[in-house]
Ligand binder design. Structure first.
Ligand code: ACO
Length: 316
């Protein structure tokens, strides 16, 4: 499998750390020191569907393919204002594709999971050309009364078109059942049989320190194992595209692996944590800035609620 086109789309509204001090007791110093985040983009009059369509169209344009040539759309999306149909089904019609579609909800590691699914579809001959899509609005799963979580996030979408050929060298995906460290609960329609207190609405709950620890430990180990399995060394890798949750997590993984700072590009300062869109947005930026060349070795690695991790390695 190889990547033949990328695209992304971000909301136009730039929200600075200082702007957040209007809503709760926080500061630019605290946010920058703890997370590295300076600004994030937050949706105003755009919808997540708009962003997803734009990202998909840009990736298709870059790939030179027409939407009708796609064999599948695989999408990573935690939530949007439709429970169903899937986001990929809605995007499909708007971009003029006719292929089957599927959404996965694997939190921030989702982009690696759709990459890995795409590789399996391509290897088994079930599909030749796949649109990988990720669109996330995490600013609407945390409470805007909680400074601990809402300062961390931004919205965004990104896509990549993949086709057969190239070298997708390997992947490791893991899930460790630890649902307490990171979750959001939503109440569905009440039934006359509902027992009071069982069904609750709860914005994002996060045990920040535990998430931090698991992210650094699990991603570092998974990447090390992937390198061992494929016989490559840290210095062979052009870029490690890590989930852009927090600058300190990225630095932690960099230090564990013993890589050089220039191998760990970041967008978290500008966009905050855009959940599973973060790695795909970063990929698109690097491609459009001509910082990635054909055959460069890339490692992607993300972590998220579940607790899931996903890492993969490919030659661009
Ligand atoms: N502004 C100012 N003060 C704050 C804020 C804020 N936004 N949030 C918390 N504080 C305060 C706390 O109330 C606490 O005050 P206290 O000492 O008086 O009790 C103090 O800052 C320290 O709080 P901690 O939670 O201990 O701070 P910590 O150093 O652990 O940093 C953080 C918190 C940034 C959330 C950190 O734990 C972290 O980065 N965790 C990883 C979480 C993450 O990246 N999640 C990504 C989302 S999930 C995903 O993508 C998979």
């Amino acid at each position: 499998m190889k990547i033949i086109g990328t695209g992304s789309a971000l909301p136009k509204k730039v929200v600075t750390n200082d702007m957040l001090t209007e809503f709760y007791d926080t500061s630019d110093e605290w946010i920058q020191a703890r997370t590295g985040i300076v600004t994030r983009r937050i949706m105003t009059d755009e919808s997540l569907l708009d962003l997803a369509i734009t990202a998909a169209q840009r990736a298709l344009e870059a790939s030179g393919l027409k939407a009708e040539e796609l064999d599948y759309i695989l999408c990573s999306n935690v939530n949007n204002n439709y429970v169903f149909p899937s986001l990929s089904s809605m995007v499909q019609g708007k971009i003029g594709a006719t292929c089957p579609c599927m959404d996965i909800r694997n939190a921030c590691a989702g982009f690696v999971y759709v990459m890995d699914l795409a590789d399996m579809y391509i290897k088994t001959g079930r599909a030749k050309r796949i649109l990988l899509l990720t669109a996330e609005e995490p600013t609407r799963f945390c409470s805007w009364k909680q400074r601990e979580t809402s300062v961390l996030f931004g919205d965004g979408a990104a896509a990549a078109v993949v086709e057969e050929g190239g070298e997708y060298l390997g992947a490791r995906v893991t899930t460790i059942c630890n649902t307490e460290v990171l979750y959001q609960r939503r109440r569905l329609e009440p039934t006359p049989f509902e027992v009071e207190g069982v069904y609750i609405d709860q914005p994002m709950v996060m045990q920040g320190r535990e998430v931090f620890r698991m992210a650094v430990t699990n991603c570092s180990k998974e990447i090390s194992t992937l390198l061992e399995d494929t016989g490559y060394k840290i210095e062979d890798v052009k870029f490690f595209l890590l989930h852009q949750a927090n600058m300190r997590i990225i630095k932690g993984i960099e230090q564990y692996l013993g890589g050089k700072p220039e191998q760990f590009p970041t967008t978290v300062q500008k966009y905050g944590n855009t959940s599973s869109a973060s790695m795909a947005i970063l990929l698109d930026e690097l491609v459009r800035e001509n910082r990635i060349e054909r055959d460069d070795l890339l490692v992607m690695s993300g972590f998220g609620a579940g607790f899931t991790t996903g890492s993969c390695m490919l030659k661009y």
